[in-house]
Ligand binder design. Structure first.
Ligand code: URP
Ligand code: ZN
Ligand code: ZN
Length: 474
């Protein structure tokens, strides 16, 4: 099958300009001006961008959490992702407490195999960092699961103590893997949350009030220091607080290999959304939504590469029946928000259209940086020989985000009624057109498991001050 994408503007992280793209089989075969070659299918990309498919490095399909399961399956969640222009996800396989990492991975392979509509990799969630499991981390890195998420939050569920975190960091210093951290001081948060409930604050807003920004800043600082002592890089997931970003910025300025992502909810929503009585449960996630001044700093961080990328932390629970489990006690509301479908359009509208980031930086933070940091050399760029994961993106099309039109299997949208500019018109996954003009053409089982390369396949150099060039291009 040969597909010719004609007349578009190719936007990569490091360049943009007009060119045609010829796809042959699963890969990009040729890029050139006014290509005149035979093809089975021609896509008119006039007036549109041709961008690498989005890579969402942070999703939770069917995550067991808070006594229930995240609603999207690998089938519904990856289909929704594709509608939003994302062609790769990296999901989190959970080690059962008392069990091995491979047991968690086996469970996640069963969930995804034959069901995923786009390509996927796995990180491993470490629930229980026992010493005898340290060599298993090396095996996982060999098997293409190169990243391990540990938590300073969620006591009794996922929390690891500092010694365990240090040992895991030390292991990745030598095996080429990387630790991902959920950095909030969980035990202290639990004290404040109990005080709030005792004083009668049981509504969802209590979730946001209990999790002070400084608790994220403190945990981020602590983990950076542990990583420095271990000689390991570290990546902070779902960063929400300016306090935490300040720690990352300082460490990067000093030259340490410290990385961080933020999520659309921390850029576009705020603590106010958690008010309004129990409706606020729709916005309960951890870390929580912050006051708008935090978002201002996060946008700055994205523009100058203090933050390397945006993942969604997609973890959808229905309002009815699932979020409602926490009526009368905000601590029982399952934590997590839907968002895998909306990431590109929100960032295009709120980032590019509003002039905060350039089109190339948009591609970098939605695709290219994740390919580089997470060992996916075939992804994240429009170039000959790379996987033909391609989005024909209309930067002018306006549409309204709503639960009545989205494809995620969840009964609300965090962005209900919001108009955004920009949308994926055609989506190719390894050369196959899976979305065109709002129609689903893909299939469950098309997606393949991606064995990821270890850190160093393309060197992750320690950041330098001069690397932090302003990404804002006229
Ligand atoms: O609230 C969240 N973030 N739920 C998903 C689990 C996690 O910590 O990423
Ligand atoms: Zn987390
Ligand atoms: Zn998460």
């Amino acid at each position: 099958m040969r597909t010719l994408i004609k007349g578009g503007t190719i936007v990569n992280a490091d360049s943009m300009g007009p060119a045609d793209v010829l796809v042959e089989g699963e890969e990009i075969a040729l890029i050139g001006k006014d290509l005149d070659v035979p093809a089975d299918k021609v896509i008119d990309a006039g007036g549109k961008w041709v961008i690498p498919g989005g890579i969402d490095p942070h999703t939770h399909m069917e995550l067991p959490f808070g006594g229930t399961f995240a609603k999207d399956t690998f089938e519904t969640g990856t289909r929704a992702a594709a509608f939003g222009g994302t062609t790769t996800i990296i999901d989190f396989a959970v080690q059962p407490r008392g069990g091995t990492f491979h047991q968690g991975l086996d469970t996640w392979h069963e969930k995804a195999d034959g069901k995923a509509c786009i390509d996927y990799g796995f990180h491993c969630i470490v629930s229980d960092m026992r010493d005898e499991l340290l060599p298993e981390m090396d095996q996982l890195v060999e098997e293409g699961v190169t990243t391990f998420k540990l938590f300073t939050a969620y006591p009794g569920v996922f929390l690891s103590d500092d010694g365990a975190i240090f040992k895991a960091l030390r292991q990745t210093a030598t095996n080429g893997g990387m630790i991902l951290m959920h950095a909030e001081n969980g035990p202290v948060i639990d004290v404040v949350a109990a005080d709030l409930v005792a004083a009668g604050t049981t509504d969802p807003i209590g979730h946001g009030l209990a999790r002070y920004p400084v608790f994220e800043g403190e945990a981020t600082n602590r983990v950076i220091r542990l990583a420095q002592a271990a000689g390991a890089p570290v990546y902070f997931v779902h960063m929400s607080a300016r306090d935490a970003l300040a720690e990352v910025r300082q460490a990067r300025d000093e030259g340490w290999p410290i990385y961080a992502e933020t999520c659309p909810q921390y850029l576009f929503l705020s603590l106010d959304d958690m008010g309004h009585g129990f409706e606020g449960a729709k916005f309960v996630c951890s870390p929580p939504l912050r006051t708008p001044d935090h978002a201002v700093e996060l946008w700055k961080g994205l523009a100058v590469n203090d933050l390397q990328l945006v993942g969604t932390d997609h973890c959808p629970f229905d309002f009815h029946g699932q979020k409602e489990m926490g009526r009368g006690d905000f601590r029982k509301i399952p934590n997590g928000l839907p968002g895998v479908e909306e990431r590109l359009d929100l960032l295009h509208d709120g980032g590019v259209v509003s002039g905060k980031i350039s089109p190339m930086r948009f591609v970098e933070i939605t695709s290219t940086a994740a390919a580089r940091l997470f060992g996916l050399p075939q992804k994240g760029v429009i170039a000959a020989g790379k996987d033909a994961d391609i989005v024909v993106y209309d930067p002018n099309r306006k549409h309204v985000l709503s639960a009545s039109t989205h494809h995620m299997a969840v009964d609300y949208s965090c962005y209900e009624g919001r108009t955004v500019q920009g949308g994926a018109d055609v989506v190719l996954s390894r050369g196959t057109t899976i979305v065109e003009g709002g129609e689903w053409l893909g299939r469950a089982g098309h997606g393949r498991f991606l064995r990821r390369e270890r850190r160093g396949f393309s060197p992750i150099t320690p950041s330098r001050v001069e690397e932090r060039v302003p990404a804002l291009v006229g």
